[in-house]
Design a protein around this ligand. Structure first.
Ligand SMILES: Cc1cc2nc3c(=O)[nH]c(=O)nc-3n(C[C@H](O)[C@H](O)[C@H](O)COP(=O)(O)OP(=O)(O)OC[C@H]3O[C@@H](n4cnc5c(N)ncnc54)[C@H](O)[C@@H]3O)c2cc1C
Length: 226
């Protein structure tokens, strides 16, 4: 039931929350040039702009910005928003026109202390919320659902599906992959948010190297797609 989970709260499961200091502005646009099913992302020294392909000549903007700047972008007239986005995205998709009003989401990190309790299992954002920069939040939730279903299917016949011993197997199975993804996304957020020129040189060298090593690139892609 999502990040503000009623179930989590009423099961008495505590969660650690942290404000990312950013709000994501989301809107859909039609674009002049074909996106060829390519997702574009620009790291702007803190803010992150993504243009994700939608069917046809349409694209979805996710622009994570400091709260005040997000408020300004969200309040822009459609024409003005399109021009700012075209400039920020270096005109990769040509002229843009707004097709859905801009909406904003304050970004926070959340980590539930437990994923299970007696007759309760949390999955998805109810258990963990990460920054959208890697586009992995939904995937993590789907992986939770898969392991939970598998754990329940494989339980001993004598055990009730709500048995805490059964549910703990699910929690144990998810702990490491969630921690790894959380650390990776947090690391990227810090790496791309750093204003230090040494960090930025190191980061660009790392990205260029990864781009030139198809084997490493494929491993990373397969890991992200699970
Ligand atoms: C700006 C932004 C961009 C993102 N981009 C990506 C991306 O590119 N790729 C990606 O993988 N992830 C992305 N994410 C993350 C992704 O949206 C979430 O991880 C995912 O939606 C979580 O799914 P969920 O089902 O756990 O929770 P939710 O999507 O929040 O769904 C929970 C549902 O439960 C309902 N609900 C709540 N309480 C109750 C109740 N008491 N009774 C009945 N129903 C209830 C809510 O109405 C809601 O429909 C993004 C997130 C944000 C904020």
């Amino acid at each position: 039931d999502g990040a503000s989970s009623f179930v989590r709260e009423h099961a008495g499961i505590a969660a650690a929350e942290k404000d990312y200091g950013q709000t994501a502005v989301v809107a859909n646009f039609s674009c002049e040039q074909a996106h060829s099913n390519t997702a574009f992302q620009w790291f702007q020294g803190g803010p992150v702009l993504a243009l994700l392909p939608l069917p046809g000549r349409q694209t979805s903007m996710i622009w994570s910005l400091p709260h005040g700047e997000a408020e300004r972008i969200c309040a822009l007239q459609p024409e003005r928003l399109c021009r700012e986005l075209e400039a920020a995205s270096r005109h990769v998709l040509g002229a843009l026109s707004l097709i859905t009003p801009a909406r904003s989401y304050a970004l926070r990190h959340l980590s539930a202390r437990r994923m299970v309790g007696p007759r309760v299992a949390l999955a998805g954002d109810a258990a963990h919320v990460i920054h959208p920069l890697a586009g992995q939040g939904l995937n993590l939730g789907l992986q939770d659902a898969r392991l939970l279903a598998q754990t329940l299917l494989e339980r001993e016949l004598v055990r009730d599906p709500g048995d805490l011993r059964v549910l703990r197997r699910y929690e144990r199975g998810r702990a490491e992959p969630i921690l790894a993804m959380d650390a990776m996304v947090d690391g990227l957020f810090r790496l791309f948010g750093s204003g230090s020129s040494a960090v930025s040189r190191l980061r660009n060298a790392g990205l260029n190297l990864t781009d030139r090593l198809p084997v490493l690139k494929n491993i990373l892609m397969r890991h992200a797609m699970n």
